[in-house]
Design a protein. Sequence first.
Lengths: 165, 230
Amino acid sequence: MAEAPTPSQTVGPFFGFALPFPGDRQAVDPDAPGAIRIQGQLIDGAGEPVPDGLLEIWQGDQFARSRTDPEGVFQVVVRRPGPVPGPDGRQQAPHLNVTVFARGLLKHLNTRMYFPDEEEANAADPVLQQVDPERRHTLIARGENGVYHFDVRLQGDDETVFFAL
Amino acid sequence: MTTADVVEFDPPYLHPDYRATVLRAPSRPLVRLDPEWFHHAPGPAYGRTPVGPNDNDLTRQHRGEPIGERIIVTGRVLDSDGRPVPNTLVEIWQANAAGRYIDPGDDHPAPLDPNFTGAGRCLTDAEGRYRFVTVKPGAYPWRNHPNAWRPAHIHFSVFGPELSSRLVTQMYFPGDPLMAHDPILQSIPDPRGRERLVASFDFDITQPEWALGYRWDIVLRGRNATPMGI
């Protein structure tokens, strides 16, 4: 019998003096080859920005962290990922893992950002295929040429798809 | 690995007694995926901030010593098989002894302490052990409901080896009468789960004529096995 994990609690409102660190938004140098910028807004169920959120972006060995600003905006710089093999050997479309923390979130949320210019790979992606086709667009960023926009909606008609791991 | 054999103590996303969940809890069911589909990194994925030797002593980050009850908080980070999770980043943050955060967003009319920031970090050792020296945080009011007070707590952020082991939580102190009235702690439905967030006072950790000792172990989701496949 495995031991139950320690339960989660909210990150609360007052992490801004503790969790951000110099350079946390840049997993790679913005001028490095393959560097892309991602910006987005974290939005609550009333359509209001979440100004006290924290997002973490993971992909391979890359990690970036961005606190949201008063307009709920986060931004990071990462190296554009390539396709990644999944545990069953099938290829996954290029994507970034996105973790969302905020006051009012008793547990963090996990989602993924996919790229709009990877239509073929997205159509074959084994994780996207498990998502209701009507909701897949919530996981696909907008933009091109190294600048992408990815909003995270916690509730509402266009609520972002979140994953339980 | 399946999660079927693991008791779940996590709170729900929606817990209306904690008002901020009402507009922030996702309303659609989460899409359940095997954690293997997510980030899997051998060793600490998070290694970009150098952890300094004094980062785990919150009483020595300024010229003078902070006011308050000096405490040692230590324990082990374990996987769900009880094996240590070594070399993983643990971050903490807290209010000062008066119940005031240094965060500019905190307007509680209690004094700031010029000798206390309230943030620390360390890496676990080979046995998964972490250790912080700090002062006991004070309780503080919030506006969730009339006469609402948070019990004394220390926020913890722990990474572990993979995305699914990521944990942000809060550690509470034994005997605090505010715990029974706190909608954040009480959002955990199972009393055994709430108990898991309460540290134990420990004379073996307590240092005579210097600091009280508390022990608190953390269990991360998943097994610290060799990554498969990826």
